[in-house]
Write a protein that binds this ligand. Structure first.
Ligand code: IPM
Ligand code: MG
Length: 378
């Protein structure tokens, strides 16, 4: 029996509810000793209360060792539903997941993408071969293009800067026809995520890191990212590393994905390549993530709330189960994490009980039960 943990349970919206219920099936047969604390987050609660991340959730999370999260529905601010609710409550919708990452300083977003033997969804190269992929991406999770510093016009404070004057002269755009989303990096923000990736590569003996950026064009921010990577790399002489421009990575991931091991990148680039890496290894039904600070973690499948499948007990619970495994690993419960990983691999290899995305007809619960059964038999 493990020590007693306090774990926040945040199913959120749509299929978040289905997949967290499935994870609970495995949790209940494990000897993970936890008090489960349900907390509200997402669009459903935004509709009810005008706030997608209520204060009580933030306070509740502070009492917990870790949080297990399902999915949320995120909509752009032009969406009529968002506008109606904003008007009703006099609030502004902000992505609760992005806010959670910032409030709790969950700077490291770790996302494993691994091919499982026998997975019918494994990527096939043009020559028909199936590469065995095992990539772990570390995505910076609190700054960059997600810093939330945006302007809906060329405000007077910016208009006086020569670079903006030049830009406006070249484009001929009116102040009100300009929108600005700032990509803000800090030295510390870059350094800690890069260090995390190198540390992980060393500890796991993967000993291989690719630093992904676009330093040739986005010089201020990615230039600094690359410069810091060079410095940090010196502290890890065992780790072989190289850097790539993001567009090259997008291409090489399709051509030679098996050559990557640990990837580190910035917030938006990391967002994009982890979806690509997910598709190379079975799709979003397999993509899990760990968003961690130095003392707290939120663990979630990367998929969204998929409203059209909500409540149908139909979607693949593996991404959520893998996220639970990442939570166990992070808490130091490696035995549980290893056992779960084995049970998942066995289920996929057998190929009998699988959800529709894998060509099967089993339900979310059936898959969870099969994995729970494999988990409990040594
Ligand atoms: C992810 C998602 C989020 C992101 C959205 C839902 C805000 O795409 O976790 O990858 O962009 O980070
Ligand atoms: Mg994403």
């Amino acid at each position: 029996m493990t020590r007693k943990y306090k774990i926040a349970f945040m199913p959120g919206d749509g299929i978040g509810v289905d997949v967290l219920a499935a994870a609970k099936v495995v949790l209940d047969v494990s000897d993970f000793n936890a008090e489960i604390i349900p907390l509200d987050i997402g669009f459903t609660i935004f509709e009810k209360e005008g706030e997608p991340l209520p204060e009580r959730t933030i306070e509740g999370l502070k009492e917990c060792d870790a949080a297990f999260f399902g999915a949320i529905t995120s909509k752009p601010r032009t969406d009529p539903d968002v506008q109606r609710i904003e008007r009703k409550y006099g609030t502004i919708y902000r992505s609760p997941i992005v806010r959670l990452r910032q409030i709790f300083d969950l700077y490291s977003n770790m996302r494993p993408s691994k091919s499982y033997e026998g997975n019918p969804l494994n990527f096939r190269k043009i020559d028909g071969s199936i590469p065995m992929i095992d990539i772990v991406t570390f995505r910076e999770n609190t700054e960059g293009l997600y810093s939330g510093i945006e302007f809906d016009s060329l405000i007077p404070e910016l208009k006086v800067l020569p670079k903006f004057k030049e830009f406006q002269h070249r484009t001929g755009a009116e102040d009100s026809d300009i929108r600005i989303s700032c990509r803000v990096f800090t030295r510390n923000g870059c350094e800690r995520i890069i260090r995390k990736a190198f540390e992980y590569a060393e500890i796991t003996k993967r000993n291989k890191v690719t630093v992904v950026h676009k330093a040739n064009v986005i010089r201020a921010t990615d230039g600094m990212f690359l410069e810091i990577a060079k410095k940090v790399a010196e502290e890890y002489p065992e780790v072989k590393w190289w850097d790539e421009n993001i567009d090259a990575t997008a291409m090489w991931l399709m051509k030679r994905p098996e050559e990557y091991s640990v990837i580190v990148s910035t917030n938006m680039f990391g967002d994009i390549i982890t979806d690509q890496a997910a598709m190379l290894t079975g799709g979003l039904g397999f993509a899990a993530s760990a968003s961690t600070s130095n003392d707290f973690g939120v663990f979630e499948p990367n998929h969204g709330s998929a409203p059209k499948y909500a409540g149908q007990n139909k979607v693949n619970p593996i991404a959520a189960l893998k996220s639970m495994g990442l939570m166990w690993e992070w808490l130091g419960e490696t035995e549980l994490a290893d056992k779960l990983e084995m049970a998942i691999s066995q289920n996929i290899k057998e190929g009998k009980i699988k959800t529709y995305d894998m060509g099967g007809t089993s339900s979310t619960t059936d898959v969870a039960k099969d994995i729970a059964q494999k988990f409990t038999t040594d």
